[in-house]
Structures are given as structure tokens and as C-alpha cells.
Design a protein around this ligand. Structure first.
Ligand code: MG
Length: 392
């Protein structure tokens, strides 16, 4: 008789899971990989990309040089992958695809987090805008230069579908099959849906941890936030003598766990009611089949609102964001007005896009260059361009 707990193995995929057998494949057909699956290959290509390595030095909330223990985009992406894989495995969904989507989901992020993205979007207003989600797709479809046979990483449709979480109708029209679902108001596969929520679980929880560690938020401020308070009281009741740091970590891990468990239970019952026969039936649903219970959804939003008000808008975060925005704007202005300031290779790419698409192409190339920068590269590039005393 087996003594294994029920979820300690990989059960066969659910019939509504993504699978290689029903994959819509790659843009450039390739021979099947030896000794690994197609979605494993996607995951491996993402890990070996330059954009993935750059995530190590890109801001989540705290700029990289503010402290070694704060989350960066890289550790965030790894935490998202951990949470998303747990959910996928428990629900008999495709774990390899889920991991690939999670590791790639932030590849298009600019330096300096959301402040950087907003600033670059403003610079690109006349040239088609800038959206990090679309940029992630652009990175894996065009910007990575690693393979002789094709541009980008030539990932499977399902991985690209998962990367493109949202998209305006205008952009969707230009994206072919990958943009189709935004026009048809369809859903992506379940692996994409769950990774989206794993992202939210990860950043809500780790931003509480980082916020407390930095001293920008305090435990007493969180007393009205149920997701925190419920767990905090339980931990204090059980372990009244636990030192503060261990208490916080115990609370944060419980915050993650209770959301994950709620998500799995709620989604499993949604799925058993909808009973989709395949991933294509999932795609045609009018709504997502992965979600929290109403109670957890409210608590989740309450924590999000708390973080927005008390952490993301904290004056010290805001100062950093304001500096970041100025840095991005100044770099954009310098390069768009004088592309001779760009490094040789980028100048060549800019000339190609300008020839093809005019000013819009030139601006896109400058945005690609800036979006690809790490926080510290953007800071030193700014000094090299604007500080007369700095080496060029
Ligand atoms: Mg994310």
C-alpha cells in the first residue's frame, strides 16, 4: 500500500491542461527535442537568455543598490515560478509550461520597476507607447539573438500566450494569432491564468516582507489588513516567544500558503462545474476558471490597497521613482535627438528600424535599448551621457 501523500507525485495531465499533443507549435518549425519536452525546451531557452540574467539587477520595488536582501525581478520571477508550479501540479496542469511562463513573465520590464515603465511609456506616447507585457513578448520573439535559424527564442504558442497577459485592442490587431483572443474576448490556457495569480500572490507577500524589513511599513499599520492580521494573531497565539524576524517570516509563509490553498480549492471546484473537455474549451470560456473564493479575493485586494497606499507611495519609494523617471526621460531625450550617442551595435539596429518605420522605428529601437538596461546600467549610462566629468 502506498504511504505517499496524495499530492506528492505527478498525476497524469488533466484533459483541459496544455500538452504537447495539442500545442499550436512554434513560429519556425523545429525538430522535436531529444530527451526533453517542448515546454521544458521553452523554459531552458528562457533561462539561457540575456534578458533573464538582466532581471537580477532590475528593481521590483527597491532599487538594487538599496540592499542585498530585497527582491529583484529575478528572485521575484523564481518565487512566482515556485508558487505557480505548486498550483499546476496540485491541479494536474502542465508544470513545465507553467514554469516557462512564470520565468518569462517579467522579461520586458524596464529598469526601476513601474516608475521606469510609466516614464518610458510617456516618452513613447507619440510612437505607439510602451507596455512591459508587450515588451516581454518582443524580447522572446525578436530581441534575443541566440539562435542561427531564427530571431528571438522561437517559443511555443502556449508560452507566448501566457506571457501576453493583457494587451490593448489596437496592439492585439498587430499581433496575429497571439493577439486574437483579445479581439475575441477569449481566455488563455489555465497555466497562463494561474501564473497570473501566482504573480500577485508572490508580490503581495514578498512586498510585505520587504516593506517590513526596510522599515517603510510597520506591523501596527497592518493591523486592519485581514490577510496579515489573521495569520499574525495565530502565530503570536501559538508562538508567543518567537523573535520578531521569525514571526514575520512565519506570517508571510502562511499568507502565501493560505492564498495558494484557497486558489487551488476554488479553481478545482470552478473546473469541475465547467468541466471543459480540452484547452480549447477553456479558451472559449467567457471568464477565467482560476480564481480565489470571494472572501479571499476581498482580503487579497485589501492587502494590495494597503501596499499601494503605504509602500508604493511612501515618500522614500516615491523619491526613488521620481529620480528613476528623470533618468529614463533624460536617456530617451538624448538618444532620440542624437542617435550618434548610442553604442555602435544599437546604432545599427536603430538605423534598420528607422529605415523601415521612420521616426516610430527609431523611437522603438531607443525604447528597446533603454528597456533592456539594468538599474545600475541606466544610472551609469546617464552619468556617461550627462556628467562632463564621467568617462564616456
Ligand atoms: Mg511579476
Amino acid at each position: 500500500m502506498s504511504t505517499q501523500p496524495a499530492n506528492d507525485y505527478r498525476s497524469p495531465l488533466a484533459r483541459y491542461a496544455a500538452s504537447e499533443a495539442v500545442s499550436r507549435g512554434r513560429i519556425y518549425p523545429e525538430p522535436a527535442p531529444a530527451c526533453r519536452g517542448e515546454f521544458q525546451r521553452d523554459r531552458d531557452r528562457i533561462i539561457h537568455s540575456a534578458a533573464f540574467r538582466r532581471l537580477e539587477y532590475k528593481t521590483q520595488v527597491f532599487v538594487n543598490h538599496e540592499g542585498d536582501l530585497f527582491r529583484t525581478r529575478l528572485t521575484h520571477s523564481i518565487e512566482v515560478a515556485q508558487i505557480a508550479r505548486s498550483i499546476a501540479r496540485a491541479m494536474s496542469l502542465n508544470e513545465d509550461l507553467t514554469e516557462a511562463i512564470a520565468l518569462a513573465h517579467d522579461l520586458g520590464h524596464t529598469p526601476f520597476g513601474h516608475a521606469g515603465q510609466d516614464a518610458l511609456n510617456a516618452c513613447m506616447k507619440e510612437h505607439g507607447g510602451f507596455e512591459h507585457n508587450l515588451q516581454s513578448l518582443r524580447v522572446v520573439e525578436e530581441l534575443e539573438e541566440r539562435y542561427a535559424e531564427f530571431p528571438g527564442l522561437n517559443l511555443s504558442f502556449e508560452t507566448r500566450e501566457g506571457i501576453l497577459k493583457h494587451c490593448s485592442i489596437t496592439h492585439a490587431r498587430t499581433l496575429g494569432d497571439i493577439g486574437r483572443r483579445f479581439l475575441d474576448k477569449h481566455q488563455p490556457g489555465l497555466e497562463a491564468q494561474l501564473t497570473n495569480l501566482a504573480d500577485e500572490i508572490a508580490y503581495n507577500s514578498h512586498d510585505v516582507d520587504d516593506g517590513l524589513r526596510s522599515g517603510l511599513i510597520r506591523i501596527d499599520q497592518l493591523s486592519g489588513v485581514r490577510l496579515f492580521q489573521d495569520q499574525y494573531e495565530e502565530v503570536l497565539g501559538r508562538y508567543p516567544d518567537l523573535p520578531p524576524r521569525r514571526t514575520i517570516h512565519e506570517v508571510v509563509r502562511r499568507i502565501i500558503n493560505c492564498q495558494v490553498v484557497d486558489l487551488i480549492r476554488t479553481s478545482s471546484s470552478l473546473l469541475s462545474r465547467a468541466n471543459p473537455a480540452s484547452i480549447d474549451v477553456v479558451r472559449k470560456q467567457g471568464r477565467s476558471l482560476i480564481g480565489f473564493s470571494n472572501d479571499m479575493q476581498e482580503k487579497h485586494l485589501e492587502l494590495k490597497r494597503f501596499l499601494r497606499k503605504n509602500l508604493y507611495r511612501h515618500y522614500r519609494v516615491h523619491r526613488m521613482s521620481a529620480k528613476a523617471a528623470r533618468t529614463i526621460r533624460s536617456l530617451f531625450d538624448a538618444f532620440i535627438n542624437d542617435s550618434g550617442l548610442l553604442p555602435d551595435e544599437t546604432q545599427r539596429q536603430t538605423a534598420v528600424l528607422e529605415e523601415r518605420h521612420g521616426t516610430r522605428g527609431k523611437a522603438r529601437s531607443v525604447a528597446d535599448y533603454i528597456a533592456g538596461m539594468t538599474d545600475r546600467y541606466a544610472i551609469s549610462e546617464y552619468q556617461r551621457i550627462y556628467d562632463p566629468g564621467s568617462a564616456s
